[in-house]
Write a protein of this length. Structure first.
Length: 270
């Protein structure tokens, strides 16, 4: 019968990061990562060994750990994720934190998350600002189903609307607009490493700015006076997004940096 040590050795042979391998073992064995570290000689039964081998092979092929485990933590919430949605990134928490600052002094704000994916942004905002009326949209029915399932699991009251960007909320007005749209340029070499995630949520093609352009250009009719628009974007797109906002009549334009110090979110108000 194989042991934890042998499973970790196999992971190393496959080129799987040690932390990822420990998390995979902990998940399949129903133990904590600290238990895996402390019990390297513990035996693994054949059924679990086969499951570990399969999971390690998938991780070695580049499949995100979150897809293997079916979940990802974001802003203190454990979210269900699968290949229909992007894996929530820690850097996106910067957008949520900014939103919560803006909502702190609002009595009953209306918030929309355009292109919600797993629901990460919308659900994190609703969790921390329960007084907000939150709507989340997505063009993908499969993504919306993931987001709805997360809302049910977390008992968070968010309205979900299908459709592309502003089409999903035609005629509605909001005090705060949030979005982490696809922004990777079509020719970016990093896309190859993200092949397991939905292309629609990663890139609009071209220079990567088309979704941001569409959101900004269509924002005014959907925003109340003084409403804010907060957008996540690529580390090298802050200047372009600021220009788009300025040209569309926004004021108070500002950019915030992510955990790695890169300019990641830009916002402005009407």
């Amino acid at each position: 019968m194989p042991s934890v040590t042998q499973a970790l050795a196999e992971a190393r042979t496959l080129g799987v990061d040690r932390l990822d391998a420990q998390l995979i073992l902990a998940w399949i064995l129903g133990r904590s990562r600290s238990w895996v570290i402390a019990h390297d000689d513990a035996p693994i039964d054949p059924q679990q060994a086969a499951a570990i081998q399969t999971a390690l092979a998938r991780r070695a092929a580049g499949e995100p750990l979150a897809y293997l485990m079916g979940e990802k933590e974001f802003h203190g919430l454990l979210l269900r994720v699968d290949a229909n949605v992007l894996v929530p990134r820690p850097d996106t928490e910067v957008l949520v934190d900014w939103a919560l600052e803006l909502l702190a002094d609002s009595a009953a704000p209306r918030v929309v998350d355009l292109g919600t994916g797993s629901g990460a942004i919308a659900l994190a905002v609703k969790h921390r600002a329960p007084h907000a009326a939150v709507t989340a949209t997505d063009l993908s029915p499969a993504a919306l189903e993931v987001a709805r399932a997360n809302a049910r699991q977390l008992s968070l009251d968010v309205v979900f609307a299908p459709g592309a960007w502003w089409q999903a909320v035609d005629g509605q007005h909001f005090d705060l607009v949030l979005s982490n749209p696809p922004y990777i340029a079509g020719g970016d070499p990093h896309l190859a490493a993200l092949r397991h995630e939905p292309t629609l949520a990663l890139t609009p093609g071209g220079d990567g700015l088309d979704a941001l352009r569409e959101i900004i250009a269509g924002a005014a009719p959907h925003m109340t006076p003084g409403a804010w628009l907060l957008l996540e974007h690529g580390f090298d797109q802050a200047d372009a997004v600021q220009t788009l906002l300025r040209d569309s009549g926004f004021a108070g334009i500002a950019t915030r940096r992510d955990l790695g110090g890169q300019p990641r979110c830009t916002g402005a108000h009407r």
